[in-house]
Design a protein around this ligand. Structure first.
Ligand SMILES: [Zn+2]
Length: 552
């Protein structure tokens, strides 16, 4: 047994708020306290006195693996010089910065106390690649959302009013790719970008198909319900990034008529104003809508000042970013009949008015949405900022003083065009545990994650918490336990236990129509399309912890 004693537990899903509770772990699971006093020399005991204990972090939206991530690594050779990570006895070398290598991604998430990360956008045809990279990311569990909002078969079935055909295709695609959820990016707009166009509203028309973004959202939301998938449709709205887009966001929430919808990096879709000159916050309208609708959950996509690498299936938006940012690098990819993609390096600057307002809007949303089970911490890594800066976001949420310091330092438009300066709310540790673990796991339908109840996976993070140094407290966990093994101690990797890949098994198979269309138009043969196996077992290296760890 691994026993964690005397820690202050924050387990919002089980309504435990800072109580001292001992945790018993056996075979990678949380178990009940044994009836009799144990006296077993083989037990490992962690004395967490004075420390806080939370479930392992669950990231609902990040870009860590797959074709676009690899292309971004190629595009950013400067990353390789700015953040070199040396190997240790346990861990491998690699590079970090904006697009970390696979191994460094796993180690850095683990050091923060995260044990599950969802790759938020995988084009079906390259999901084999996504899984191959997953097999190189140590410690954390993973899953992939499959891009469907501009897929030929999806659009064609909607055009032909063939809902059963659509449902069968979505089921087939999730099975074939071993994906976890339906991802929709700028529905219809990514297809129109192939003709140099976009869509501007929910009732615009997708070229050659005659269907609208509204129909794509409604049909995929209905498919999700009928296939009984664990996570809602995961939506990157139309008009992302554009001034005045809050109207599209509100319409998108209404469009699905009460079906569950998760809107991702909603900060980028909460803008008022008519143009870049009048750009302002729409966070109050958006958070009012979230507070009053029970079918919507969101993650924020909080801006962190500094270097980022933007990467998304939203090809037309990436072209806009390329033009706005005066960068000399831009990648645009047309992914056969399925989706698109764009990559542009970007720097969020404190003294740029729009960037400063974006930073404040993200925090407004966190602070104006009342129920922390409806809002999740993300930076849309590496789009709005890098995941290793999550502790900074936690500090801004927990300390008005700290966010005011930043607000007073950045472009004054942030104060003028948002309400952030007037918001007094400060998050509690319980609320932090919610937006980083309990809510994300619940929204993804991960029953054994995000809590420390009996039967849950033994994924646990333990921090030495100092309220005067919140960033430091959460930047390097004192201990992280994954599947009952100690993988981080004192902020260092002590074990390279490999996590699992989560995917759904559902109804749906390739019919003749799918196969015929495939053979005519795809660059790979149908037989080579489906991913057979997602998991390649690896040898584990571990150095911790044969003896009891006491009196820390
Ligand atoms: Zn994203």
């Amino acid at each position: 047994m691994l026993i964690i004693k005397n820690g202050m537990m924050y387990d919002p899903a089980n309504k435990i708020d800072g109580e001292t509770i001992d945790i018993y772990i056996e075979n990678g699971k949380i178990v009940e306290q044994p009836a009799n006093e144990r006296n077993n020399n083989e037990d490992i005991i962690i004395d967490a006195k004075g420390m806080i204990v939370m479930p392992g972090g669950v990231d609902i939206h990040s870009h860590i693996a797959g074709a676009k991530v690899t292309k971004a690594r190629v595009m950013c050779p400067d990353d390789h010089r700015k953040d070199v990570v040396r190997k240790t006895k346990i861990s491998r070398s690699g590079t970090g910065y904006t697009v970390p290598t696979t191994f460094i991604t796993g180690y850095r998430y683990a050091k923060l106390g995260y044990t599950f990360v969802a790759e938020a956008a995988s084009p079906p045809i390259s999901t084999r690649h996504t899984h191959e990279e997953f097999n190189d990311i140590p410690i954390i569990d993973k899953s992939a959302y499959i891009l469907m909002g501009s897929n030929h078969f999806v659009l064609d079935n909607i055009k032909n009013n063939n809902f059963d055909g659509l449902k069968n295709y979505v089921g087939f695609l999730l099975n074939a790719t071993k994906g976890y959820a339906i991802k929709i990016v700028n529905p219809g707009g990514v297809e129109n970008w192939k003709w140099g166009k976009n869509v501007k509203g929910l009732d615009d028309v997708v070229i050659n198909y005659g269907v609208s973004p509204r129909e794509i959202l409604q049909n995929l939301a209905k498919v999700r319900k009928e296939l009984n998938l664990p996570h809602a449709i995961h939506v990157h709205c139309n008009n992302l990034g554009s001034p005045g887009n809050l109207r599209t966001t509100l319409e998108t929430i209404d469009a699905v008529k009460g079906e569950p919808i998760h809107i991702t990096h909603i900060q980028f879709n909460s803008y008022a104003g008519e143009n870049w000159g009048s750009f302002a916050s729409g966070a109050s309208e958006i958070s009012d809508k979230i507070n009053s609708s029970n079918n919507v959950t969101v993650d924020v996509g909080q801006v962190i000042f500094g270097n980022a690498t933007t990467m998304t299936a939203d090809g037309p938006w990436q072209h806009t970013v390329y033009k706005l940012s005066h960068q000399n690098k831009w990648v645009n990819i047309d992914v056969e009949m399925e989706t698109g993609s764009g990559i542009v390096p970007y720097i969020f600057k404190e003294n740029t008015a729009v960037n400063a307002i974006q930073w404040a809007i993200g925090l407004e949303l966190f602070l104006l949405v009342k129920d922390p089970f409806r809002i999740c911490l993300t930076t849309d890594h590496p789009n709005a900022g890098l995941f290793y800066y999550y502790p900074m976001v936690v500090e801004w949420l927990m300390s008005k003083k700290k966010r005011d310091e930043m607000l007073n330092k950045i472009n004054p438009k942030a104060k003028e065009k948002t309400t952030l300066a007037n918001i007094e709310r400060e998050y509690t540790l319980q609320e932090i545990a919610t937006i980083t673990r309990a809510a994300t796991a619940r929204i993804m339908g991960l029953k054994n994650k995000g809590h420390i109840g009996t039967g849950a996976d033994a994924d646990i993070s333990i921090y030495k918490f100092d309220e005067n140094n919140i960033v430091k407290s959460f930047s390097s966990a004192k201990y992280v336990i994954k599947d009952g093994r100690v993988v981080v101690k004192d902020g260092e990797i002590t074990g390279t236990h490999f996590g699992r890949t989560y995917y759904v098994k559902t109804k749906g198979e390739a019919n003749d129509e799918i196969k015929e269309t495939f053979e005519k138009f795809y660059s790979v043969s149908f037989e080579n399309y489906a991913v057979e196996d997602v998991y390649v077992p690896r040898k584990e290296v571990t150095e911790c912890c044969k003896e009891s760890i006491t009196n820390q």
